[in-house]
Design a protein around this ligand. Structure first.
Ligand code: MG
Length: 195
């Protein structure tokens, strides 16, 4: 595939789902992080499987391992959903991350070999592997126009992590870049949905 195709797809899919993106943005408090998500409450609301983004959601950008508090949260999720219903759906499934999960959460699986988010392919695959309907899968992602949009395109549930983990100490330029990108996404979604 031509590099960056998924970015162009983001614009076209994003336009198609702009009103749903706007609702998601408006309904998400600015301080939303994974620790505000109660696995039991999600399960009670009909969520049967989780697709988790990595960068910004489980750790700061580029980190090879999740933060300790994210590990604790994933253990709570595992107790509710079962590890076999939790998936890592990252556009950067590095070997280091795979190794870490194989050692610490062997039942959780990486989704790979699919077109990158915002294409819905990764969530479709998640549905096949988990054996649950797409509307019962929650995609947890800090990016409106990749993960959250992929969820909308697939008919899954987006959960927008608006307060992602960042570390300017470790990766100042990458964090600056992705911080601007997240802000641009919000500005764009607001701009294309203004009456
Ligand atoms: Mg991310």
């Amino acid at each position: 595939m031509i590099p960056g195709t998924h970015i162009l797809a983001g614009f076209s899919l994003g336009f198609r789902h702009r009103h749903a993106l706007r609702r998601l943005l408006d309904q998400t408090p600015p301080d939303t992080g994974i620790l505000m998500l109660d696995p039991q409450a999600l399960y009670s609301s009909g969520v049967m499987a989780l697709a988790l983004d990595f960068d910004g959601v489980l750790a700061s950008h580029g980190s090879p391992v999740p933060l300790p508090e994210a590990v604790t949260w994933m253990k709570r999720c595992e107790a509710v959903f079962g590890g076999e219903r939790i998936f890592i759906l990252s556009n950067k499934p590095t070997d280091g991350r795979r190794r870490w999960f194989a050692e610490n959460f062997p039942a959780m699986r990486f989704i790979s070999g699919v077109r990158k988010k915002p294409y819905p392919d990764g969530l479709n695959r998640t549905g096949e592997l988990a054996g649950v309907p797409l509307h019962s899968i929650m995609m947890v992602d800090d990016r409106l126009l990749t993960g959250c949009l992929a969820a909308l395109a697939a008919g899954a549930r987006p959960c927008y992590i608006r307060h992602p983990y960042v570390s300017f100490e470790h990766r100042p330029l990458a964090e600056l870049f992705f911080g601007l990108l997240r802000r641009m996404e919000r500005t764009l979604v607001r701009a294309i949905t203004t009456p």
